[in-house]
Write a protein that binds this ligand. Structure first.
Ligand SMILES: Nc1ncnc2c1ncn2[C@@H]1O[C@H](COP(=O)(O)OP(=O)(O)OP(=O)(O)O)[C@@H](O)[C@H]1O
Ligand SMILES: [Mg+2]
Length: 259
């Protein structure tokens, strides 16, 4: 059913409202396999909403979402529109692992258990195989020595790296990051940036919402600037950051530099 030549995620003319508030006003976004697409824009522009719609965590009222070429099936229209096929939603969502600003690790489980939990309980994978994978991913993000520790014993940067290992252990088709470094102090932030850069270099498909323009510049194949629920400008990072065309993007980038 999946078409590996098709983009992992393809969104066309997406509209999303919360009641009377229209948050996404016709957005197109494509994440081809192996590409990193970054979403930038000021607070409230709709970045998290777009990411959550892509992951089917939020309903949308109009437009098309495709996963590896397969269109999401809808029933109803407008505010009553919902995915029609629960099994489809579950399957697609387990293939798109999300990493949030707040890492949401389970406090009562060790780091290893946290990373193993979803592959074992949701995907019903073999426990021993998952454990071997989990240890591998924890080593990859640089905290292979923290398997037996509980989340409270880790720094913020280590917890976020554990959350990334947890996302990787699902072996998803794409990783979706929502401001993965913004809860961290600058030093811890760099530990996580390093991991994200290494994942980009491996050719993983990623959607990245970030306030870190250097990170967006360094890792992205494509950068999307959202403004009030619309794509105001997009392109290769060299163009978006080096020669912004619209006044709004120029203002946004200048404001960031004066912080
Ligand atoms: N659950 C919700 N119910 C109602 N309105 C919401 C909800 N979630 C977000 N919004 C509104 O939608 C708009 C876009 O929010 P969103 O969280 O997508 O912005 P963002 O670009 O991620 O901002 P930030 O950079 O602050 O995270 C905002 O006006 C916000 O208040
Ligand atoms: Mg947000």
């Amino acid at each position: 059913m999946s078409n590996t030549a098709a983009p992992v995620i393809e969104i066309r003319d997406l509209h999303k409202s919360y009641g009377a508030l229209e948050v996404l006003k016709g957005v197109d976004m494509v994440a081809p396999r192996g590409h990193v697409v970054s979403l930038i824009g000021s607070s409230g522009s709709g970045k998290s909403t777009l990411l959550r719609c892509a992951n089917l965590l939020e309903d949308s009222q109009q437009g098309e979402i495709k996963f590896e070429g397969e269109p999401i099936e809808w029933r109803g229209t407008g505010l009553a529109r919902r995915p029609a096929n629960r099994a489809q939603v579950t399957r697609i969502r387990t293939n798109l692992s999300m990493v949030f600003q707040q890492f949401n690790l389970w406090a009562h489980m060790t780091i290893l258990q946290n990373v193993m939990e979803a592959p074992v309980t949701v995907l019903k994978r073999d426990k021993h195989e998952v454990e071997a994978k989990a240890r591998e991913y924890l080593a990859k993000v640089g905290i292979g020595d923290k398997c037996a520790a509980y989340p409270a014993m880790l720094s913020g940067g280590q917890q976020q790296r554990a959350a990334i290992a947890r996302a990787l252990c699902m072996e998803p088709r794409a990783l979706l990051f929502d401001e993965p470094t913004s809860a961290l102090d600058p030093e811890r932030e760099q530990e996580v940036v390093k991991v994200i850069k290494s994942l980009a270099e491996e050719g993983r498909t990623m959607l990245l919402v970030t306030h870190d323009m250097r990170l967006a510049h360094d890792v992205s194949d494509h950068v999307v600037f959202l403004h009030q629920g619309r794509i105001e400008e997009e392109g290769a990072p060299a163009a978006v950051f080096g020669a912004p065309q619209t006044q709004r993007l120029q203002q946004f980038l200048n404001a960031g530099q004066s912080k």
